[in-house]
Design a protein around this ligand. Structure first.
Ligand SMILES: Cc1cc2nc3c(=O)[nH]c(=O)nc-3n(C[C@H](O)[C@H](O)[C@H](O)COP(=O)(O)O)c2cc1C
Length: 236
């Protein structure tokens, strides 16, 4: 029996499933890894050009295909195009940037002062992703012991969105310099719902090869071996 049959490939196909393992074309895997490497957090490269409705729909569809605890699908996506709303949010982000900057001193302060942290007005639109803990409750299968599993699910939807946008040649920038009550008030989000991300989305001139924070000397990506451990968490 070939490895493909071992993994139930043909049977899976006839029963409506997808073949996996070595039946999955190598070039798809290559493209996926390339996509992961190409994805960037974008602040300064947005062009503001329109995003095709069908493309946006595909990207949101990818987000909505994410796994979620108990299949609760606790996310919502609020599309924000209104200039006044975006300006109001940007103003708030600027004050939060100042708040963070005041915590810094010396080299950190100097480095941070040169880093752009958002492209709210330059991007084409914003997608605000929220978490509704009541979705699918009270019996959310798999969340009884870990309340955060709902939030994890929303983050997976965001990552799907991010990768799909990258695959479509668009950029995404996550903005987290905000206070949740301010964003709730701005978009009419109910108290029980948490805004998880303000994402700037749109066409870009290019995607940088190196993350902005690395280019500006804030932090570098750790080597993989520094974060992979055998059997037990390392002694600290
Ligand atoms: C939860 C989260 C919040 C973030 N918030 C911001 C932000 O407010 N402003 C910003 O410029 N980048 C933000 N980022 C982007 C990170 O700085 C970026 O992912 C990291 O520097 C690595 O760069 P890369 O995404 O281009 O690989 C955020 C990313 C995550 C995952």
């Amino acid at each position: 029996m070939s490895p493909r049959q071992d993994r139930g490939g043909p049977q899976a196909e006839t029963s409506g499933g997808h073949a996996t393992g070595d039946a999955f074309p190598g070039e798809v895997a290559d493209l996926f890894y390339a996509l992961c490497g190409r994805r960037r957090d974008v602040r300064g490269q947005f062009t503001g050009e329109p995003v095709d409705d069908a493309v946006l729909r595909r990207i949101l569809g990818a987000a909505h295909a994410a796994p979620s605890v108990g299949m609760s699908q606790p996310w919502d996506f609020v599309l924000v195009r209104d200039r006044d709303t975006r300006e109001a949010f940007r103003e708030h982000v600027a004050t939060e940037r100042d708040t963070f900057a005041r915590e810094l001193s010396g080299e950190d302060a100097a480095t941070f002062s040169k880093i752009k942290i958002e492209g709210i007005l330059e991007s084409t639109l914003s997608v605000v992703v929220t978490y509704d803990p009541d979705r699918g409750s009270p019996a959310v299968l798999g969340r009884h012991a870990i309340a955060d599993a709902g939030l994890y699910s929303v983050c997976l939807a965001i990552q799907n969105l991010w990768l799909a946008a990258t695959a479509e040649g668009l950029g995404v920038g996550w903005v987290s310099f905000y206070r949740e009550p301010v964003l709730r008030e701005l978009l009419g989000i109910p108290e029980r719902v948490r805004p998880v991300a303000w994402l700037c989305l749109g066409p870009v001139t290019h995607l940088e090869q190196t993350p902005d924070l690395e280019r500006h000397g804030w932090r570098t990506r750790l080597p993989l071996d520094a974060v992979v451990h055998a059997e037990r968490y390392p002694d600290s």
